[in-house]
Each structure stands twice: as C-alpha cells, then as structure tokens.
Design a protein around this ligand. Structure first.
Ligand SMILES: *[C@@H]1O[C@H](CO)[C@@H](O)[C@H](O)[C@H]1NC(C)=O
Length: 337
C-alpha cells in the first residue's frame, strides 16, 4: 500500500515538475517515524551561539539511518549533507565539520547541534529518516539573529557588481543579506532609497514611507528590480551581520584618518568595521552622538534614542557622513577590540 503510494508519487513527479520535491513534501504525508510538525519548526541564534535543531523519532524501524542536509540558501548544486548516523554511530560531512554533532539526549533523539554559529549557517535544514522503503523527513529553519545594513562604495552610488558587493560585505564583517533578512529588517524599520544586491543575485530596496523619488506612491514594502546581471549591473549592497565577540568604543578627538587609526592602536584595538558598529548598535544599544572614523574611511555614528541635535532623524539608526577627505581633522575614532 505504502509502496503504491510512493510509486504514484514518484511517477507523477516525473511528469509535472520538480515543485513536488520542495520542503512542503513532508507536510503532505502523515509521518510514521518522525514527529511532525517538529518540536520547533524554527530555531534562532546569533553568531557564536550554539543551537539545537530538533528531530525526534516516535518509533524506530529495525534498520535506518538519519541524514541531515541543508537545503537553502544553497538549493542549487549537489545535495549538501551535514551528518549521517545509524543506531550506533554518526559521521559529520561537509563544510560544517566538527561544528555539527548529534545531541543524543535519549534513545529517540536525532537532533542536530551546531556550535559557534556563523553568518552563513542560516537556512533550511532537513532531518531525513532513511530506511530504504518509507523515507520521511521534517524541515527546520535556522535563522541567524542579526542586522541588515546598506553599504555603498567609496566611489559613490551604484558602483558594485554582485561580486564586488559580496566582497564589500565580507570586508565589513558581514555577508550579503538574503531576501528574508531584508524583509525582516523592513518590518523592524529599515527604509532605504537605494537599490542593493542580495545574496541570490536579485536587487531590492525597502520602503516604509513611500515617496515619489523612491519608486512612487505605492504601498510601503520591498521594491524589486528582480535578478540582475552579476557581472555587468552595478548597485549598492545590503549586508547582514550578527553579534560579535569583541566590543566597539569611541575615542573623542579631532583626528585625521591616520591619527584615528593610531589612537585605536594605542588602546590595543583597530578602527571598527561598519558591520561591527551596526552589531554594537543593534545588540548593545550603542548610542554615541559623535561622528567617528571607521576602517573603511567612512564617518558614522550610532543612535538608539533619536534626539534633535543628533542628526535630527526621528528613527534610531547608524548615521553616515560618507567618505570625507582622510586629512580632515574633525572626527573621533570608533575602535574595535
Ligand atoms: C558551545 O559549545 C562548545 C562545544 O561544542 C562549548 O565549548 C562552548 O562553550 C559552547 N558555547 C556556548 C555559548 O554555550
């Protein structure tokens, strides 16, 4: 009976489309061995945290393996296996290496533990019970808690190809944001009138206060330019970062860029990266009403409690004065240690 159902499923799959083999597959079938819905369908953690992706057996078939794979955002390409285990042993695979382990809290536990979370660990994970006849699976979303920040080239607006945008985010302690990270940032108040690359090669910008110069008087929302040519088209970047292990501090002064770098060095620190400043703003409520140099040569300052004389913008945010001449002696220094 079950075989017949599977055959039917398989053959119809060949005729219509690959859409049948999406994460929703698990929901369309009543599971015999795995708890479904899973204990938590979504797990969240910050960079550096340890998390557990739950997967619990209800009953055990005589012979089986449990296979953990990551589906997104690397959906394209070969299957991304993280862990394979049977009743006796388990073996980690792939890029997570020893950061992945099985929790093994009890006899029915196939939950996956990930330690020292990294920015790129976010995505959809699948716990699959494989016994050769009735394979079944549950999907769990891991979201990295963090902050999205728009990033523009020193050379001006819309100067990054996709690859340059990716590189620019990495240099500021971030990654290119995913669409869902940008969407979440929009729900939390990000309004930005310049289009930027996302990790999947699409270009978007988030608007809360619709205005004619920013895509017209449409409803608030995320404006989309769709997929763009990664080698030819040029835009800004939306970067994503999370908690950091160090902290950001401000040194007051009227420094040139070089002097600011030396002031940090004297404190055993370095000029902060843009991502590090955003992380401190987001996770430590860092608020400092003074423009200061950052390592990329920009001047910024983080505001949690908006006030008239600190930029005059009614929303919290990290303000930017762009990239002034590095000889300008006007600003303090934001350092990271
Ligand atoms: C995370 O797990 C590792 C072992 O894998 C442990 O050394 C570390 O202290 C844990 N970190 C936290 C924040 O719990």
């Amino acid at each position: 009976m079950n075989c017949a159902v599977i055959l039917l499923f398989t053959s119809s799959c060949c005729i219509c489309s690959v859409a049948l083999d999406t994460p929703s597959r698990a929901e369309s079938k009543k599971l015999k061995y795995l708890f479904d819905p899973p204990v938590y369908a979504e797990v969240a953690g910050r960079r550096g945290d340890n998390v557990t992706l739950p997967c619990i057996l209800k009953t055990k078939p005589t012979h089986y393996r449990v296979k953990w794979t990551k589906l997104e955002p690397e959906l394209l390409g070969p299957e991304n296996i993280i862990m394979i285990s049977n009743a006796h042993a388990s073996k980690p695979y792939g890029h997570l290496g020893l950061r992945a382990s099985l929790r093994n809290a009890h006899a029915m536990d196939a939950s996956l533990q990930l330690s020292h979370l990294e920015l790129a660990d976010g995505g959809i994970y699948r716990c699959e019970l494989v016994n050769g006849i009735e394979d079944e699976s549950v999907d769990i979303t891991l979201s990295i808690e963090g902050v999205v920040f728009p990033y523009q080239s020193k050379k001006g607006r819309y100067k990054f190809t996709f690859h340059e945008a990716k590189q620019a985010c990495a240099e500021q302690d971030g990654t290119l944001a995913t669409y869902s990270q940008l969407h979440r940032a929009w729900t939390e108040g990000l309004d930005w009138c310049n289009a930027g690359w996302l990790l999947d090669g699409t270009v978007h910008y988030p608007i809360i206060h619709p205005r004619p110069v920013c895509g017209g008087e449409l409803l608030p929302g995320i404006r989309s330019y769709g997929s763009k040519d990664k080698d030819l088209d040029q835009f800004d970047a939306f970067c994503f970062t999370s908690q950091t292990s160090g902290s950001v501090f401000y040194i007051s002064g009227s420094f040139s860029f070089q002097q600011a770098a030396q002031a940090c060095k004297r404190q055993g620190a370095e000029l902060a990266l843009v991502g590090q400043l955003y992380s401190a703003w987001r996770f430590e409520n860092y608020d400092q009403c003074d423009g200061g140099w950052l390592k990329d040569g920009s001047i910024r300052f983080p505001i949690r409690k908006p006030r008239e004389h600190c930029g005059g913008i009614p929303e919290a945010g990290v303000r930017s004065f762009g990239f002034p001449n590095q000889m300008t002696h006007l600003y303090g220094a934001y350092c990271y240690r």
